[in-house]
Design a protein around this ligand. Structure first.
Ligand SMILES: [Zn+2]
Length: 327
């Protein structure tokens, strides 16, 4: 008698039998499906590719590094309370954070240009994963034609060498003259610049013969132009990238935190070697990006590291890119 199936008594029996077979009942419902999938940990994208005119731009996550920030790395001249208030207002914890590192590849169709090389082998496995992710993105390290170094801090030049061998064996290299001259001066090999200068000797100087030294305003190729962004380091440079009327500015380390550095561009940042100059550069470059409503890619912005800025208070609000590049 089919109607018995729907009687309260009969239904209870059926549920009891099903739950018994599955060994589990949640809120009185039987468990359906027993194909257990073990928890596998967070899965985050590490490659992001989009079109910019006739160029293809790929941002590649070199890795993520937890830290105790943002204060006092960011807002070193501010009270912990002021920094905590800013973090909290932006849905961030006050005493712990994550730094990310994002090299960028521009493929013009005839040339593959890599901006910065990540942390390299020394800091694996958390970071230093550019080479592996490049290959996964379909770009072999051997196919990189030009490596552009925005500046010579370790998280940007660490990936130039893979042990004793060149990580990008067929590439030509581009670096700012000011940056190279500063870091290779013998005085840098002692004092606070010692570690960085030694890494420059190991990772950059071997390429000097294949290096093109440029000044702000120089074109690397048609459509890619260096912009003076001194302050974070003595010769730090940003790049304007333009194709078929579409524009993107690669800001490198002009701002190093999407909240602290953009909303409070005057706050001191430990990594900025000339703090006043870095702040002035931040305001000038992001002021231009806000006024022109131009997207940017920032090395330490949250992956995929592409967004916009709009004026807000003393600084700017970061607006992560949506589908603008899909149009
Ligand atoms: Zn950096």
């Amino acid at each position: 008698m089919t109607h018995e199936i729907y009687s309260p008594h009969r239904r209870g029996l059926l549920l009891g039998a099903a739950a018994g077979a599955a060994g589990l009942a949640i809120l009185g419902r039987p468990s359906i499906g027993n194909a257990a999938v073990a928890l596998q940990g967070p899965l985050k994208p590490n490659v992001y590719r989009f079109r910019l005119g006739s160029f293809e731009v790929t941002t590649i996550l070199d890795g993520l590094a937890p830290n105790d920030g943002p204060h006092p790395t960011f807002g070193a001249d501010q009270t912990p309370e002021a920094a905590a208030e800013l973090a909290t207002a932006n849905f961030l914890p006050a005493d712990t954070g994550v730094n990310s590192f994002t090299p960028v590849v521009v493929n013009t169709g005839t040339q593959v240009i890599l901006f910065d090389t990540g942390n390299g082998p020394a800091r694996r496995p958390a970071v230093g994963n550019l080479a592996a992710s490049l290959t996964a993105a379909g770009i072999l390290p051997e196919s990189v034609d030009i490596v552009v170094l925005t500046h010579f801090h370790g998280d940007h030049i660490g990936g130039l060498m893979e042990g004793e061998t060149a990580a990008f064996p067929n590439a030509a290299y581009v670096a700012g003259r000011t940056e190279y001259d500063f870091w290779t001066h013998p005085d840098r090999l002692s004092g606070p610049t010692e570690n960085s200068a030694k890494l420059v000797q190991a990772n950059v100087v071997p390429y000097a013969e294949r290096m093109n030294f440029i000044e702000p305003g120089a074109d690397i190729i048609t459509g890619i132009t260096a912009i003076e962004a001194f302050g974070h380091s003595p010769g730090h440079m940003a790049y304007n990238i333009e194709s078929e009327g579409r524009r993107l500015v690669l800001t490198a380390d002009t701002a190093n935190h999407y909240v602290m550095s953009l909303q409070k561009p005057d706050w001191e940042v430990r990594f900025d070697m000339d703090k006043a100059k870095a702040a002035a550069t931040r305001k000038s470059i992001f002021g231009m990006l806000a006024a022109d409503k131009v997207p940017f890619v920032g090395y330490h912005m949250p992956f995929p590291a592409v967004g916009y800025v709009e004026p807000m208070g003393d600084g700017f609000r970061y607006v992560a890119a949506g589908y603008q590049f899909d149009l």
